[in-house]
Design a protein. Structure first.
Lengths: 322, 256, 363
């Protein structure tokens, strides 16, 4: 990207940049302008997501029929049941595991995304595709392959024993740690892609300028790269955290059914107990909490980036003027 | 710092991690034994069986149709939403609305959409899966494009408009190209999510038009057979070819 | 804000409208015994690999009715789909007995017209009085069996005889056993060991089951409903809780594997064929059920899927060599019926699910 023409004499209408931190954004020029952008997508989501979900969550206010199904007597019992220590325990466990998975994904995904942005354009696409390619085979097949690798009679244990490194098989599967690894494996690309999208939009000049001014590579990383990539980080974290909590296949297959996450809980209510109302209540509470998380992320993201962008813009001004 | 070990080591580790089970799958697809723990020799038999398996081939075609269609819808609607949110909204409400589908448990969405279709008297088919997949993919495209938008220099757009270009032209010639990497990333993700999606597809597909994950899920009752491993290998191979081919044809790399 | 509000109102209005719409009714036409079934076509949903490969072609050849066989992986999923959808596009659904009972209570099953299913006479008399559906009003049994212990004598070093051998294993076997994860079958061994009914709906009893299972959980390798037999074959596990038919798959790969029905007793489970009320091809569907109940067909089923079938004529015509290899195929119905038939426990079902959750989520 070449230097934008902000270096030229300023002919734009004056904008009080102190009074409004969002100076760089325009106020909506009438609803009409927004319609083609916000309209189609919102309508689609309203009809195909909100209506179905509202329908099911409406069930949470009713009772389970004797053999399953829904009986339309109003009750708040389902929400009261949520406070059972058993379920709260499952929630806490899920939060913990999802948090660990997200942290690991960030730790591994960030350097990977960063490296990808530093490749030549041709290799960049190849790397991105390479990240996604395993996910174009089937998740069940990959999960079973992991089981094959990790179980007590599996390839890794066989190799270790053949090489004489261990005598007894190491128990790697059917543990909460295995569940973490399984979830990490499933959702890593969901961290890498938003990170890449955000990192690749950063102006390389900023880093170069800072280096020219004497900053060490680590300092550039710490004060410029990371802060500017916060929207990507937050997006990636949400993308990983959310499904990590609702997944039910990994805890079952790789956790050996010995770890119960919210996803299993909800699945069990809908499918096994045929208790749609309770399942709906669980799902409703889960969704609302995640929604709040999302709103928090949006606020945080905006507050942090607008601040940084101001600084970055100022820095750029300095750089190009010099 | 460009290629320091702190970046390079995790980078390569990531790929080893991602491809370890893939290697297992590919190797086993050539194993002349249905016992997964013993190597008995090289064979192409499973590939033969694979190509004779109608159910799998139909499932594959269905999946590709659904993935392509839903990605198209999601990319267009999602990008528009992202731009709209960035430009025309202040609070997080519309944004939260747009991103909520990504937060919902897929089971909820699947049963919900099925119930609605059922109440409205629509019969299921491939189209119902396609529409359902697009519904949650929109959220992902929106989020990814937003992450990129948060960073773009708006002065370029302003300059373009100052120089006389109308809003449409500015959008097409200035905004979109800047967004391209985000849009591509979003589309890729949307396609990936759709290909592998089981739960929603299970509830919204007609029994006679299953997608590949549905076919495979019901087949792995006893664990994965070598035929299924052969399928995975073929998928991998075909994906690589398709992507390299597409790259030749488009100038996406320039935009990146 | 106005924008989001209008969207919300739109969504709310749509939901209300939908909720007020009556559910699409089931197809209520009476059965017409004279109907020409060759003008109908069938969609049958059954577990993968749970039927002879040539079943669809054979049926079409025999009756002229084209049939498409689709697969489902578990009872719960297909029941959820049938419940949520007014017209799931399925004519014949294969589900286990207690699920057929639940489906019937929900009004989703068609009452069977026995004049279209004369082959019912081939069944063992006991198979006509199964507790979840006495007289087979809305289901016909396809395969049946019991739950027991499937084990490798070379790895266990002894022949287990009691559920206790699994629930409180000797130290050498710790970490080498698995149990079924479906809640009714997870509770089964403890229930039987305590001398209780498999259909118990007594909270105090379940509490005792929980106490035992919390101890057992620490000794288990995993809860596994699907790959437990391959764990036996690979040697990861030495003894697993298994359905007898599944144990045959292990025996087929490793002839040293044995199956035993523990002395405290077990359950009788039955996989059944049902016709959906929403089906538009009811006569053809019943012809399909009738076809399965033919002696050679059900015998072919038994030898293909290695499960015991409740068809007297079929069992008598089984190849003796096969029966020698897989003895449970010719199990005496009296023995089976000594076990308790699994029935749906209605509202109490949620307690079993909760029990399973408690056990699986524990430390």
């Amino acid at each position: 990207m070449t230097a934008p023409p902000t270096a030229a004499p300023d002919t734009r209408p004056p904008v009080p940049s102190v009074a409004r931190p969002h100076a760089v954004r325009r106020r909506p020029r009438g609803r009409l302008a927004a319609l083609p952008f916000l309209g189609p997508g919102s309508l689609y989501i309203a009809l195909l997501v909100f209506v179905p979900v509202l329908l099911i969550t409406a069930y949470s206010f009713f009772e389970r029929g004797r053999f399953g199904g829904v009986v339309f007597t109003f009750t708040l019992e389902n929400f009261a049941r949520l406070f059972d220590p058993l379920y709260l325990g499952v929630v806490a466990n899920s939060l913990g595991i999802a948090a660990v998975v997200t942290a690991l994904a960030l730790l591994i995904g960030y350097p990977t995304a960063l490296m990808i942005t530093r490749l030549s354009p041709k290799w960049r696409t190849i790397a991105l595709i390479a990240v996604l390619l395993p996910f174009w085979t089937n998740f069940l097949i990959r999960t079973y392959a992991w089981i094959l690798l990790l179980n007590n009679a599996g390839w890794i244990n066989q190799a270790l024993q053949a090489l004489g490194i261990t005598q007894e098989p190491i128990s790697m599967l059917y543990t909460p740690q295995a569940v973490v690894v399984g979830l990490l494996y499933m959702y890593l690309p969901l961290m890498i892609l938003p990170l890449y999208s955000s990192l690749s939009s950063q102006d390389a000049q900023l880093g170069e300028a800072a280096t020219n001014l004497g900053a060490s590579p680590f300092r550039v990383f710490r004060t410029i790269t990371v802060p500017l990539s916060i929207p990507g980080i937050l997006t990636g974290c949400v993308f990983v955290f959310v499904p990590a909590m609702s997944n039910f296949v990994i805890p079952e297959l790789i956790g050996g059914g010995k770890t119960v996450l919210i996803g299993n809980l909800i699945r069990d209510q809908f499918l096994k107990a045929r208790d749609w109302p309770f399942g709906a209540a669980l799902a409703l509470v889960l969704t609302i909490s995640l929604l709040l998380l999302l709103l928090l992320q949006a606020r945080l993201s905006k507050r942090l980036t607008d601040g940084k962008r101001e600084k970055a813009g100022a820095a750029k001004g300095v750089v190009t003027d010099a | 710092m460009r290629r320091s070990r702190f970046i390079r080591i995790p980078f390569w580790l990531t790929f080893v991690f991602l491809y370890l089970p893939i290697v297992v799958v590919v190797i086993l697809s050539f194993n002349d034994s249905s016992n997964l723990f013993v190597w008995r020799g090289f064979t192409l038999d499973w590939y033969g069986e694979l190509f004779r398996d109608q159910a799998i081939l139909e499932g594959l075609v269905n999946t590709l149709i659904v993935a392509t269609g839903s990605t198209a819808i999601a990319t267009v609607l999602g990008t528009l939403l992202a731009v709209g949110i960035q430009r025309y909204t202040k609070g997080g409400l519309v944004r939260a609305f747009a991103l909520t589908p990504a937060l919902l448990p897929d089971l909820l969405l699947g049963i919900g959409i099925l119930s609605v279709f059922s109440l409205l008297g629509f019969s299921l088919g491939l189209y119902s899966v396609l529409l359902s997949h697009a519904a949650f993919s929109i959220a992902f495209v929106t989020a990814i494009v937003l992450a990129r938008l948060a960073h773009l220099d708006p002065s370029l757009e302003e300059a373009s408009r100052d120089l006389g270009a109308g809003p449409v032209r500015t959008f097409a010639r200035v905004t979109l190209p800047q967004l391209a990497p985000g849009i591509v990333a979003g589309a890729l993700l949307s396609f990936t999510l759709s290909i592998d999606e089981f739960v929603i597809a299970f509830f919204t597909a007609a029994p006679t038009t299953p997608t590949l994950p549905i076919v495979i899920y019901s087949m792995v009752r006893f664990g994965v057979t070598p035929e299924i491993n052969a399928l995975a290998t073929v998928l991998l191979f075909v994906s690589v070819i398709a992507v390299l081919g597409a790259q030749r044809l488009t100038k996406v790399t320039e935009a990146l | 804000m106005r924008f989001t509000k209008s969207v919300a109102i739109l969504a709310g209005a749509t939901v209300t409208a939908l909720a007020l719409t009556s559910c699409a009714g089931a197809s209520n036409d009476a059965i017409d015994p004279e109907a020409d079934i060759t003008e109908q076509s069938l969609t049958v949903s059954i577990w993968a690999d749970y039927y002879p490969e040539t079943l669809a072609e054979d049926f079409e050849k025999a009756t002229g009715v084209p049939v498409t066989i689709v697969n489902h992986a578990t009872n719960e999923e297909v029941v959820a789909k049938l419940t949520a959808s007014a017209d799931p596009g399925i004519d014949v659904a294969f589900v286990s007995g207690q699920y057929a009972q639940a489906l019937n209570e929900a009004g989703l099953l068609q009452e069977l017209d026995k004049s279209l299913i004369p082959n019912e006479a081939n069944l063992y008399p006991e198979a006509l009085e199964l507790a979840y559906d006495e007289g087979n009003a809305y289901s016909e049994p396809y395969a049946w069996g019991t739950t027991g212990l499937c084990y490798r004598p070379d790895l266990t070093g002894f022949a287990p005889t009691s559920w206790n051998d699994l629930l409180n294993p000797v130290p050498a076997l710790e970490g080498k056993t698995t149990m079924l994860s479906t809640e009714r079958w997870m509770a089964l061994p403890a229930l039987k060991m305590l001398g209780e009914s498999v259909n118990s709906d007594d909270p105090a009893v379940l509490e005792k089951v929980k106490e035992q299972m919390l101890k057992t959980k620490d000794t288990l390798l995993a809860f596994d409903d699907t790959t437990f037999y391959s764990k036996l074959v690979s040697g990861e596990a030495a003894m697993v809780e298994a359905w007898d038919g599944w144990c045959n798959y292990a025996i087929a790969e490793d002839p040293t594997v044995q199956f035993v029905l523990p002395e405290e007793g077990s359950d009788l489970w039955v996989d059944t064929m049902t016709v959906l009320k929403s089906s538009k091809n009811k006569e053809a569907a019943m012809a399909f059920v009738n076809y399965i109940l033919e002696a050679d067909v059900q015998s072919y089923v038994a030898s293909s899927i290695l499960y015991a079938v409740p068809n007297k004529a079929a069992v008598e015509s089984l190849d003796p060599a096969l029966v020698e290899q897989f003895p449970n195929l010719a199990i005496d119905p009296a023995t089976l019926l000594e076990q308790e038939t699994v029935v749906d426990v209605g509202q109490f079902g949620t307690e079993y699910t909760r029990l399973a959750t408690e056990i699986m989520a524990a430390g």
